[in-house]
Design a protein around this ligand. Structure first.
Ligand code: SF4
Length: 599
């Protein structure tokens, strides 16, 4: 068959397909031609029946003309937990929200955002194309933020409390009045025809312990827990009621269904399991960012700001990034072009990838030894580092030792005598080896300590086997070869090695991030591993690395007019939270088992 005949056959096949397509969609096509998508006769050929803009700016003179009948309110969007500043345009006569757009004063909607002292008129001008500035100054609300106006008008919005009236899972509900809601929650009763349900009045027992044998659990009121799935900015009021008025300690903000696993893994890596701090990549200055289990601008808020910075970074700057995700999302798309790559992974196996990368980094000497070998803040400062970690601190590694696996402390060597409460606390220094190999308190050294070491130290109780933390991490990374890690996570060994090479090719201007991901049962460990990648290249709080936020406004505090943080008769909740954020070894259960000779 000649080329021309083949082409002809192909063309006729394509023509047939097109004809079938046109037939199937002829009605839609007719409507499109008629402009039925926006009414039979749209006001404008391009903008259809979109409402008039709230203002116009004369590009020649800069004069601003507000559109009569519209007002603009700069408010916060409650469409998701990002709480972006948005600009809501309202039709005054109809009292109807016309459109949601970006607020140019908000860093979550605009980059760079306007100083707060900028007059409103100037803020409008900043959004226009005055002075041929194109899209500079553009301020956006995301699609969901735009759709938020449906919260006011959708016939499906939930506008009154709904009570279940059928068996669980039957989706049978009825609207009830707020008074009845309060009555039923406070007083309880046979609320669902399934037997008595105690109300909050009966559950508010601030004296009787949950378990007399475990007083640390606190009073029975702690058996009331509120699981909050989203912080919409009004959480302090909910806490005010549940914690300070009712008295339970159990207001739960995060679980592994959202950011809990990531936050607890990150908190553990940063040494604060209570506040669970977490950091983010410096997208404005980074050269390479590895997103594992999270898709930038799809997950891990602030979504919009992250999307803006990511787009700017890859367009204007030198940012390249890789998204490791079981699913291909639009975090990796045509707009990103060759500046982004997607690597699929078997769900929940991120730890295998991370440990494989660590193995390659240890084998190839691609770790930041200058950062890792500083045992305290002063030493780090002297070495020109922005922080320090416990890589050099010694851990007890002796089977049968009562503290096997724990960090060696000054009190173990008899350097300090502390009572039971203070022992192993902040006053009990960790132990490192100075350059001569002599054990010293970690905070006494003004220079680097031994990074890798395995040996024994003399204690009043005899010789104790120890290793530095980094030695232990290296051992764990060496447990499998790259082929083994590849088998576990489904990413070829050569790709794992390539990722490690790239990650360690930018000095401190690289970051690994998993904010918004790791929602699996093993998410804590996976998140801990990802954050530790940053530790190994010493990028914390470095330009282009991983950075902590600059603080925040307080959610609540007592002001001159309203007392939001306190009130007469408030309760200070006590006991142990349902998440048990305390070592098991400190529990009465552990003590009782130990006394009974049980392991
Ligand atoms: S990211 Fe979108 S939905 Fe979320 S607060 Fe901002 S504008 Fe609203």
């Amino acid at each position: 068959m000649s080329i021309s005949r083949r082409l002809l056959l192909k063309s006729s096949a394509a023509g047939g397909a097109l004809a079938a397509f046109a037939g199937g969609f002829s009605d839609t096509g007719r409507k499109l031609v008629k402009g039925a998508w926006a009414g039979d006769k749209p006001d404008h050929a391009i903008s259809g029946n979109a409402p008039a803009p709230e203002f116009r700016v004369d590009p020649a003179t800069g004069d601003l003309t507000p559109t009569p009948g519209q007002i603009v309110a700069n408010v916060a969007c409650l469409g998701c937990t990002t709480l972006c500043g948005v600009r809501v345009r309202v039709d005054v006569e109809k009292n109807k929200v016309l459109r949601v757009a970006g607020n140019p004063y908000s860093p979550l909607s605009t980059d760079p955002f306007l100083p707060y002292g900028t007059p409103i008129r100037d803020s409008f001008k900043s959004l226009s194309r005055l002075d041929e500035k194109g899209l500079k100054g553009r301020s956006t609300a995301c699609g969901r933020g735009n759709a938020a106006l449906e919260m006011l008008t959708s016939p499906f919005r939930v506008a009154t409390p709904m009570k279940r009236v059928g068996p669980r899972g039957s989706s049978q509900w009825e609207p009830i009045a707020f008074d009845r809601l309060v009555e039923e929650i406070a007083e309880g009763g046979d609320l669902f025809g399934e037997g008595p349900v105690p109300g909050l009045r009966a559950l508010r027992d601030l004296k009787t312990p949950i378990d007399p044998a475990a007083p640390e659990l606190g009073p029975k009121v702690n058996q009331v827990a509120l699981l909050s799935s989203v912080n919409d900015g009004r959480e302090p009021f909910v806490r005010r009621f549940f914690n300070q008025a009712l008295g339970t300690i159990n207001f739960v903000g995060h679980g592994s269904y959202c950011g809990g696993a990531y936050r607890s893994g990150s908190g553990a890596a940063f040494g604060d399991a209570k506040k669970m701090p977490h950091a983010k990549p410096d997208l404005q200055n980074a050269e390479f960012v590895l997103f594992i289990g999270t898709a930038p601008s799809n997950a891990g808020n602030p979504f919009k700001r992250q999307a803006m910075l990511l787009a700017k970074g890859r367009t204007d700057g030198v940012l390249n990034y890789v998204v490791v995700d079981p699913v291909l999302t639009n975090a990796d798309n045509r707009a990103a072009a060759e500046r982004s790559n997607w690597i699929p992974i078997r769900p929940g196996t991120d730890g295998a990838l991370v440990m494989g990368m660590m193995r390659w980094m240890f084998e190839n000497g691609r770790i930041d030894a200058n950062y890792l070998s500083q045992p305290n803040g002063k030493a780090a400062e002297a070495a020109g580092e922005a922080g320090w970690c416990n890589a050099t601190h010694l851990a007890i590694q002796q089977a049968g030792h009562p503290r096997d696996g724990r960090m060696l402390r000054a009190s173990d060597l008899g350097w300090v005598t502390l009572d039971e409460k203070e022992r192993y606390g902040a006053k009990d220094a960790f132990v490192v080896l100075d350059p001569s190999g002599t054990p010293v308190p970690h905070d006494a050294l003004l220079g680097p300590a031994a990074l890798f070491h395995e040996g024994t130290v003399a204690t009043p109780a005899g010789e104790v086997a120890v290793k530095t933390s980094l030695t232990l991490l290296r051992e764990q990374a060496m447990r499998l070869d790259l082929a083994g890690y590849a088998d576990a996570c489904g990413i070829p060994a050569v790709v794992i090695a390539g990722l490690a090479r790239e990650f360690t090719s930018h000095g401190k201007k690289a970051a690994a991030n998993t904010h918004g991901g790791m929602m699996a049962g093993n998410g804590f460990y996976n998140a801990f591993g990802v954050v530790t990648l940053n530790t190994l290249i010493g990028n914390l709080n470095w330009k282009g690395g991983t950075i902590f936020g600059g603080g925040r406004f307080p959610d609540e505090q007592d002001g001159p007019r309203y007392k939001l943080a306190s009130f007469p008769g408030q309760v200070k909740p006590s006991g142990t939270a349902i998440s048990r954020p305390v070592p098991y070894e400190k529990s009465s259960e552990f003590k009782a088992k130990k006394e009974a000779g049980k392991p």
